[in-house]
Design a binder for this molecule. Structure first.
Ligand code: NAG
Ligand code: NAG
Ligand code: NAG
Ligand code: NAG
Ligand code: NAG
Ligand code: NAG
Length: 278
């Protein structure tokens, strides 16, 4: 009890000390690429303001005459055409890219540190792709064994993702999850379900600010084991198309030939009958 109170006193002391000396925390801001973000300095300032990305000068603002300067060629030009300063001197970055991730500082004319922002720009989350596990599919023939009749193996797959978690949910409960920190060109999270299962399964990919979901359709996906979905789907379709086209053409040709030969026969018989009457 006493200790708790003591802790609280220390806590308040620390807070007021930091208030007095203006040691603000770094403000964290997160957006998805393509969005705009405002780094808001809240308090109005006097004199010149300077914005830096890390140590690199990117913009200045004169609070007296509202004169704005943007340094478009700095930082390899990643801010070209994307910076705006509003009437308070807050910095707006439009159409953000992941390259804009980093620390931003705004400084007063005498180089006082006014505010620091830690901006994280997340890449777009792709929609996870759910497919039949092709290895499971080919190993078990579509008819015989009973286990393959009951169960269906599926994969939730993603390409080119980093800093995400990929998870399978059954209804609202988490079944399995993997965490991807480095850029992963291709990853798959497997799941085994029974054919008759009526639960809702979903694959969810999320980063700290967004998520994307895809629902598993067991009836659609699990009743096509005989035809491997991955390797041969397209080639097979093409072969089928060509074959059916050939069959069609042949049928038409036969029909034409048939008609022509009948006509010829008719003509002949007509001629013979005519020659008879002559
Ligand atoms: C500015 O202040 C923040 C804390 O408010 C600190 O993290 C940052 O390092 C400071 N920047 C400079 C250049 O002093
Ligand atoms: C946003 O930036 C991308 C390149 O990062 C560009 O292709 C696109 O045209 C820009 N969009 C707008 C609305 O400026
Ligand atoms: C994945 O990233 C690589 C390299 O950045 C790129 O060449 C490839 O086209 C990307 N693939 C997809 C499906 O976006
Ligand atoms: C079928 O899948 C269920 C989970 O959905 C699992 O408990 C069971 O062991 C599997 N059966 C076979 C034969 O693999
Ligand atoms: C992924 O999950 C772990 C454990 O639940 C969590 O600590 C981490 O913050 C998550 N990462 C993302 C990108 O959501
Ligand atoms: C996905 O995001 C929505 C809000 O955008 C949230 O309501 C939902 O709970 C999230 N789902 C998961 C599985 O994190």
């Amino acid at each position: 009890m006493l200790k708790k109170r003591f802790d609280m006193i220390i806590f308040f002391c620390l807070c007021s000390i930091s208030g007095v000396f203006g040691v603000d925390e770094v403000k964290s801001v997160s957006v998805t690429e393509g969005e705009s973000v405002t780094l808001d300095i809240t308090k109005t300032q006097k004199g010149d303001l300077t914005w830096r990305f890390g140590q690199i000068l990117i913009a200045t603002f004169n609070t007296q005459n509202n004169e704005r300067k943007y340094y478009s060629d700095s930082a390899d030009g990643i801010f070209r055409g994307r910076l705006e300063l509003d009437q308070t001197g807050s910095l707006i970055i439009t159409n953000t890219t992941t390259q804009h991730t980093g620390l931003y500082g705004v400084y007063s004319w005498n180089n006082n540190n006014i505010s620091t922002f830690s901006l994280t720009v997340y890449a777009h989350l792709p929609v996870p792709v759910i497919s039949r596990d092709p290895s499971q599919c080919s190993s078990s023939s579509s008819s015989s064994s009973s286990s393959s009749q009951q169960n269906c193996s599926v994969l939730c797959s993603l390409v080119n993702v980093s800093d995400v978690n990929v998870s399978w949910y059954k209804g609202n409960s988490l079944l399995s999850s993997i965490s991807v920190s480095d850029l992963s060109f291709s990853l798959s999270l497997p799941l085994e379900v029974e054919y008759q299962d009526k639960n809702t399964y979903s694959c969810v990919i999320n980063n700290p600010i967004r998520n994307q979901t895809n629902l598993l359709d067991i009836t659609q996906l699990c009743h096509t084991c005989a035809e491997p979905l991955h390797c041969c789907g397209f080639t097979e379709a093409v072969i089928r198309l060509v074959l059916s086209a050939l069959v069609g053409v042949t049928a038409v040709a036969v029909l034409f030939y048939d008609i022509r030969s009948r006509r010829l026969q008719q003509k002949k018989s007509l001629q013979t009958s005519q020659s008879h009457t002559d």
